[in-house]
Design a protein. Structure first.
Lengths: 282, 282
């Protein structure tokens, strides 16, 4: 059986390190999370982020808004957070109701407080190969996890299935920067199996339970499962774990794989923004 | 033999259309080009851009600086152009001497005057799938040329060889937006031939003369040659035209393929920025 890429364990270690680093600070880094509406999954995510921040020793602020709030009112909250010197990091919990102009709201976040790296400025710097203020948390966490297990990327073929702005697109860009050859697949892709079968590293972010089985992967492939699908109240990934586990050389579980890494990277990004802002004030 | 994708003809048509549109304007769009140093190829490119702008009826301004100019002085020129209400479009001719911080200089250009789309803000909007003020000229010209010949991209496999910020990276992002499956290859790619052989569309931007021969392409592939290599004072592309021309379904020549389209798109981008800025003033 392939080695389990233990995202939970690595994330816990990173969180402990952040906690140690945080104790030495004279002022607490502060993360603001804006959540709009009452999506139960989003509420759980936000609570986890808040709890982790508190454990590390960060301050956090959650702004909960109803779905009937005006878009201007959401923007107003962001402007206030942008100006507030005590706030280092701002996160808009996604998804938000489609009636809102998501891109306009995200764009209102000051790039230097954009902890997800989703503003045009930060995303552009990432795409151009310049360091952004923040790298998007999920792909950053995946790269970190691969590095932890000494899985090299240079010259490797990686397929990224899915092209969301949150995972697929930044993942493909970051893999290219690590000198991987990247195949960017989407819902229009033909012969997906054939392409996936060529890949040394398969990263699935499509949101379909058990979409990837052993017929998609070659012997000794590395499998990264970004899917978080709820089936009968149970979390399951995009990958049929039982089907591929013996063929893969490394594989992330769901849960306890990519998910915890995303939260750990969010915390690291928060501290990073705090440090950048502290240097600017000096 | 494959159909020649006649970039020169399409570019000429676009330039004529821009000329007609330009005649109706009360004020002339104005393009500023900054050139640093005395690279002979760059000087020819700048002269061509200036001549084309004048032909269309645009105003143009060329700022020629010596290589021993200070970086701050280049930035100062950009700040003045940013503020100048008569200037609609600013272009930094590349390459510039490596002693300069290219990214800092490009970033100084106001995104709304960034005619190449190379600032983080515009590149980020492109990457995120939001409309930038300008799309980079070369990949935009290639997409336009493919559209002109009714070559569909949806569900097609395209390989982009090369990952520069000017061509390869924005090309891959734009192809993805057109629902193509994109293989992003670079100098570390292994089995390039095998990958290229799978592709319906091969886009080469590596800068090696006759790098792509018929062994790289499958029957009826579409070949886009972005290479501009000077061999014995003659322009030659990345593609061995004679070797692939009978196998390809469509192919761009060098010269008169991608090159003229790049200039035509620069002119279209200039008019587009003029129009955006005019609307903002009203």
């Amino acid at each position: 059986m392939g080695v389990i890429l233990d995202g939970k364990k690595l994330a816990d270690n990173i969180i402990e390190e952040l906690r140690t680093a945080s104790l030495k600070l004279t002022k607490k880094p502060k993360l603001a999370v804006i959540i709009v509406g009452d999506n139960p999954a989003s509420q759980i995510y936000v609570r986890n982020k808040q709890k982790t921040a508190q454990y590390i020793g960060f301050d956090s602020l959650v702004i909960s808004l109803e779905n009937n709030v005006s878009e201007d009112s959401i923007l107003e909250h962001i402007y206030i957070l942008n100006e507030d010197k005590d706030i280092n990091a701002i996160l808009l919990q996604l998804p938000i109701n489609e009636k809102f102009n998501k891109k306009r709201i995200i764009e209102a976040i000051e790039p230097i407080k954009d902890v997800d790296g989703f503003t045009s400025y930060n995303f552009g710097r990432l795409a151009l190969g310049y360091e952004p203020f923040s790298y998007p948390c999920t792909p950053k966490g995946i790269i970190r996890l691969l590095e932890e297990y000494n899985i090299s990327l240079e010259g490797k073929k990686a397929i990224v299935i899915g092209r969301s702005n949150i995972v697929g697109k930044p993942m493909a860009l970051m893999l290219q920067q690590k000198n991987a050859t990247v195949i960017c697949a989407n819902s229009y892709t033909k012969n997906l199996k054939e392409l996936s079968y060529m890949a040394d590293i398969v990263i699935s972010a499509v949101g379909k339970p058990k979409f990837i089985d052993s017929s998609f992967i070659k012997e000794n492939a590395v499998i990264i499962d970004v899917g978080i699908n709820r089936v009968n109240d149970k979390l399951t990934g995009d990958v049929d774990f039982e089907s591929v586990k013996d063929k893969a050389s490394f594989i992330t579980p769901v849960p306890k794989g990519v998910g915890p890494m995303t939260i750990a990277m969010l915390m690291e990004n928060t501290l990073n923004l705090y440090n950048i802002q502290s240097r600017l004030i000096l």
